[in-house]
Design a protein around this ligand. Sequence first.
Ligand code: AHR
Length: 503
Amino acid sequence: MAKLYVNEKKKKGYINPEIYGHFSEHLGRCIYEGLFVGEDSHIPNKNGMRTDVVEALKRLQIPVLRWPGGCFADEYHWKDGIGPKEGRKRMVNTHWGGVVEDNSFGTHEFFELCEQLGCKTYINGNVGSGTVQEMSEWVEYMTFDGVSPMAELRRRNGREEPWRVDYFGVGNENWGCGGNMTPEYYANLYRRYQTYVRHYDKAAPVKKICGGPNADDDNWTKKVLETCYAKPNPGGKNFSGFMDGLSLHYYVVPGDWEHKGSATGFDEADWYKTMHKALYMEELIKLHGAIMDQYDPDKKIGLIVDEWGDWFDVEPGTNPGFLYQQNTMRDALVAAVSLNIFNRHCDRVKMACIAQMVNVLQSVILTEDERMLLTPTYHVFHMYRGHQGAELVESSLSVEGTVGVEGYEVPALQESVSVREDGTVLVTLANLSVREACPVELMLTEKKPETVKAAILTGKMQAHNTFEEPDRVKEEEFQDVALTERGVRFTIPACSVVSLEIR
Ligand code: AHR
C-alpha cells in the first residue's frame, strides 16, 4: 500500500501554462502534411491548416508553440518564407532528409496557426548562419506598428497589424548544429544579437531565450551566465536584462545514438532503462538550477526545456532524416513523469516544449494522408491540462522499495499535485511498474473531499494506436476510486497514468 500525503494548504509555486508547450520544426512531416497541407489540399483545412489536427490540438489547450527549429532555425532565412507563394525560394532542407523546402509555410502561416490554436508564439532566430541585421529585421517585421521598411513590407504582404511575439530564441543548440561554438564565443554573440531583439511593443516585451546547455553540460551554463547575465533594470534601458530564459535540451534515448532502440519492439529491461533516463531530467534541472541560483537567486530567469522527449530509431522503411516514430504506453509514462517533474520544479522551469508536435519523435498526433491518430502521449497531455496555471502544492509519497532491473531501478510511483483557483485539487500519478498494481491511500490535510472525477490511461507496455485501430489506447473514466473521510482510495494498475480531480 502506498500513502500519498497532500498538503493542499502549502502552495509551492505557480505552474506556468507554458510548461505544456510544443515544438514544431521544418522536419519530416511535422509542418508539411502534419500541420499544414495548403489551401488546395483534399484534406479539410482552414487557410491551409489541417482542421482535424488543429481541432484535436485545441482540446489540449496548447499554451505556446516553438518554430521553425531546431537545427533548421540556424539555417532559416525568414525572407525566403514571405510574399506570394509562387515567388518563394525552393531549396534543400540539408539537415532533415535532403528534401525540397518550398517555403510555403513561413512567418504569416505560423501566426495563422497560432491564432487558430489560440496559443502564444515562440520564434527561434538564426545565429549560426544568419546576421544580426537579419534577426533584428525579422523582429521589426513581426512586431513594429509604426513606419519602417520592415513594417511596410509586412503590410504589403497583407498584414496590417503587427503580431505578438511572446518569446524569441537567440539561436538553437549553438554548441552543435547551430554553429559548433564554444560557450565563450556563443555568449559574446548572444550579448550582441539579443541587443537588437527590440521591444517595439513596450506593453508586451519580447521574452528573450538564451541558448542553453546540452543535457549535463554545466560548463556551458556557467560560462554563458558568467558572460550574459545582466540584472533586469525596470527603470533603465535594459529593462528586461539580457535574458528571460535559458534553454535546456534533453532527449531520452534508451540505447546509444547509433542504435537508439525500436519505438515498439522493446523488453522490460528497455522499459526500465527508458524510465531511469526520463527521471534523470530531475537531476538536470537541479544541476543547472543550482548554477542559475548563483546568478539569479530570485529566479527571474526561467529554465526553458524547449526540447524534450523520447528519441527512438525511425519506423522501418521511413526516411531516416524524418525522425518518424510510433508512440506506446512507454511514451505515455515518460510524458507523465516528465510533466510531473516540470510541475514540481515550477519555481525554475517556466516553459517546456515536447519534441515534436506531429509526426516527429514523441508526437501527440500522427498522420497518414487524411487519417490522423492521437498517441498515448496526447492523452497524458489531455489528462494533465488542468495543471496549467494552477498552484503546485506539497505532496509526498510513501511507497516501499523500487521496481526495475539491475542498474535501472526506479520508484514505482511518481506524482504531482496542484490546486486550481476554484479549490479543485488535481493529482496526477504514474505507475512505472510493468507488472505490479499498487493500492494507494491518498490523504488531504484539511479539505473534506466531496466528489472525485478520475481518468486513467492504461495498457500493456507496447500498446499503441494505429491508423487501423486508432483507439486501442485511450483515456477512460476511472471508476474504481472510493472517497474516504480524508481523501480517496484506489488501486493504480501496472503501467498506468491516473488523474484525479478532487472537489
Ligand atoms: O528535435 C530534433 C532535433 O534535435 C532538433 O532540430 C535539434 O535542436 C535537436 O538536436
